[in-house]
Design a protein around this ligand. Structure first.
Ligand SMILES: [Zn+2]
Length: 408
């Protein structure tokens, strides 16, 4: 970030086509005389003299507000415009099991929610315990739809501790489909017909110890040795526990998969983030998910992370796999308007995680979806959830529909 950039205040807002919005009110900012603005793509939004934005067309653009004389009052606003109407009668109004008012979605809340959801919708939703974390929390797998279906959409969330908003999001996606299972259609097809052919397998919290460390601190960890090493990492790095990403052994699970594992060298020792571990799949959580993926070979894999409003899809795959990845990528992009990250960008960040491994070693289309504003780090504030929900609520059914339309 250069000096000038530090003075630019950055925001992200989400609108739907046709919506109007008073930008100053929405962002709670004062903006005085000598106003000027610039819109990167004026086909997507326009702005009038009273600072009312109108969303004209689906897409993503930047609005920059600046005063002529006072550069310090610059604002840069990323605006995502989503479809107004999607052809579905799926209704998200009366979802009452996954309570989104929780600021912090801990393992304990997840555990409760899984029990409640599975007992309410027992004919269509099941859970099993895939494995355990080092501090003895369960790694759950939920299966929605026909459990004997030939095709599988695999989704996993919260591989990084502080990214627990991804767990609420995927749990709510599941509640939405359960509630609408027999009554609703999506793009002309009944939800139950889609999910009779394609099952959704979901690991809602791949790193439950990490989530609880981020929410509660090292004290939540019962094992004395683990607790001591976590505390050491927190003290030595002088960090707040809230930004914790690793598991309870201080390994970054998304750097612990096999593809180009040796390139993940940004931290060489136990850390709250970025440490790849002693060898690929050295960690229980990583091994559990890698084993399941190898054995079950889903049709595609989605990894939810935070933050960025970005979609990683390009790992160097070629031929048919590349073509298929592009078609699926475009479906996710169409709903979320997240920014497509091609390989040149992805490799600069040095992240070689689960999706890279799935795509390059198993030849299965895989996508990393980063929710939340690109201008903040996780943990995300509860205030961002509604926008994230609007961008992502139909992702799982849309991807199942994609598989449905492309079945052999
Ligand atoms: Zn992450």
């Amino acid at each position: 970030m250069d000096n000038l950039d530090k003075h630019i205040k950055k925001f992200k807002i989400v609108l739907k086509v046709g919506d109007s919005c008073d930008i100053l009110k929405k962002l709670k900012i004062n903006f005085e005389e000598n106003k000027k603005w610039d819109i990167d793509d004026p086909e997507i939004i326009n702005l009038d003299n009273k600072y009312m934005i109108r969303a004209l067309k689906k897409g993503s653009t930047y609005l920059k507000l600046f005063t002529i004389n006072k550069k310090i009052f610059n604002y840069s606003i990323k605006i995502n415009v989503l479809d107004k109407e999607i052809n579905t009668n799926i209704n998200d109004k009366n979802l009452n099991i996954i309570d989104i008012s929780h600021n912090k979605y801990s393992y304990e809340i997840l555990d409760n929610d899984i029990n409640k959801l599975c007992s309410t919708y027992k004919d269509i939703l099941n859970y099993e315990i895939l494995g355990k974390s080092y501090d003895n929390r369960n790694i759950y797998l939920l299966t929605l739809g026909n459990k004997n279906a030939k095709y599988t959409l695999f989704i996993q969330a919260s591989m990084h501790g502080r990214e627990y908003m991804t767990s609420v999001l995927v749990m709510r996606q599941i509640e939405l489909l359960c509630k609408n299972y027999y009554t609703s259609k999506y793009m002309g097809i009944r939800v139950c017909d889609v999910l009779d052919n394609i099952k959704i397998c979901l690991v809602p919290m791949a790193n439950p110890d990490g989530v609880d460390i981020s929410i509660n601190g090292a004290e939540i960890i019962n094992d004395k040795n683990l607790y001591n090493s976590i505390l050491k990492v927190i003290m030595e790095n002088k960090i707040n526990h809230e930004i914790w990403k690793s598991n309870a052994r201080c390994v970054d699970l998304n750097r612990n998969f096999g593809y180009k594992w040796e390139d993940n060298y940004d931290f060489n020792e136990k850390s709250f983030m970025g440490y790849r571990g002693e060898y690929p799949e050295s960690e229980l959580e990583t091994k559990t998910i890698a084993d399941w993926t190898r054995k079950n070979r889903p049709y595609m894999c989605i990894s939810y992370h935070a933050t960025g409003s970005e979609l990683y899809w390009d790992y160097g795959q070629e031929g048919l796999l590349l073509n298929k990845s592009i078609r699926i990528r475009d479906r996710i992009k169409d709903l979320t308007q997240y920014e497509l990250m091609d390989r040149s960008v992805a490799y600069k960040t040095g992240v070689l995680g689960y999706s890279d491994w799935v795509s390059m070693y198993l030849s299965i289309p895989a996508f990393t979806v980063e929710i939340g504003s690109p201008f903040v780090n996780a943990p995300l504030d509860r205030e961002q959830f509604n926008d994230i929900w609007e961008e992502n609520k139909f992702i799982s059914i849309e991807l199942c529909r994609y598989i449905f339309n492309n079945m052999d």
